[in-house]
Design a protein around this ligand. Structure first.
Ligand code: ZN
Length: 281
């Protein structure tokens, strides 16, 4: 299933994309695509519904982030060898874990707003996964069973805030609008191998990033198991898993976002995003 949320920001309703690409209203079935609605028993119930029996949504509403009420937004840094090298850093021996505060999450086609003082805005297409079960001390063998589904995430970053302004990366990763998420949450049954997905990003129509999740240093199952040794994960938590090469920071000379730029990005089977960049007033 492709689950989604549609409508004005903050008032999104739950929906499902049917086989013909029509949005179907799920609000008679679940309150939101969020939290306990992502647990296996609920997803199994939704899977048994004939989508054509659900009300079709008219027009082309805005899509919100594909998961609501996110408790934690965890990110993994430098998880592709080539990306670690392009940033001048050593490939890590253990996953680099950092946080994106959940206030950065926006819909897949919402504007990305460079905050006041930003000079080094950058892009990062990433495979995101969404937790579907309470997760603590799980083995790699059990790990994928704890995932509700997968989605596209743009881990938008401000490199000066992240790297040059001291302290943790979180400042350069959590600005409002720095977490476009969606368009859909594709349930795990439709993604048989999360380590064999192509991902790409174009800036103003020019390809910047092209990679495959096959070249991750730490695969998804390892990340779930690893994180669960340090913290519990709950249904609706999102984890983004690192970006392949081709970010602006890694180019010679480096290239950063400016108002009017358009980022288009996608992952095999998970859909596409398109965000226009603007500067905060
Ligand atoms: Zn990232």
């Amino acid at each position: 299933m492709k689950l989604l949320r549609y409508g004005p920001a903050g008032e999104e309703k739950p929906g499902l994309l049917d086989a013909d690409g029509t949005i179907r209203d799920l609000s008679g079935e679940v309150d939101d695509v969020a939290g306990s609605a992502l647990m296996p028993e609920v997803l199994d119930r939704l899977r048994r519904i004939d989508p054509t029996s659900l009300p079709a949504v008219e027009g082309s509403p805005r899509l919100g982030p594909c998961v609501g009420q996110v408790g934690k937004f965890v990110a993994i840094g430098l998880n592709y060898y080539d990306h670690a090298r392009e940033t001048g850093m050593e490939p890590p021996k253990e996953p680099i874990v950092f946080s994106k505060y959940t206030s950065c999450i926006v819909g897949p086609n919402d504007d990305v707003v460079l905050p006041r003082g930003s000079v080094k805005g950058d892009w990062e297409v990433e495979l995101g996964f969404v937790i579907g079960k309470h997760t603590k001390y799980v083995s790699e063998a059990e790990a994928l069973d704890h995932i509700a589904g997968y989605c596209v995430v743009n881990d938008v970053s401000e490199r000066e805030f992240q790297i040059e302004r001291s302290g943790q990366w979180v400042k350069g990763k959590s600005c409002d609008t720095f977490g476009p998420t969606g368009p859909w949450l594709v349930t795990r049954d439709e993604v048989p191998d999360p380590q064999n997905l192509n991902l790409w990003l174009d800036l103003n129509g020019e390809r910047q990033q092209a990679g495959s999740t096959a070249t991750m240093i730490f695969p998804v199952a390892h990340i779930v198991s690893y994180l669960s040794q340090f913290m519990s994960l709950q249904p609706g938590d999102i984890v983004c898993t690192g970006t392949p090469p081709g970010v602006g920071l890694g180019q010679k000379p480096p290239r950063f976002l400016k108002a009017g730029d358009v980022m288009r990005l996608g992952i095999d089977g998970l859909g596409e995003q398109e965000s226009t960049v603007r500067a905060d007033a």
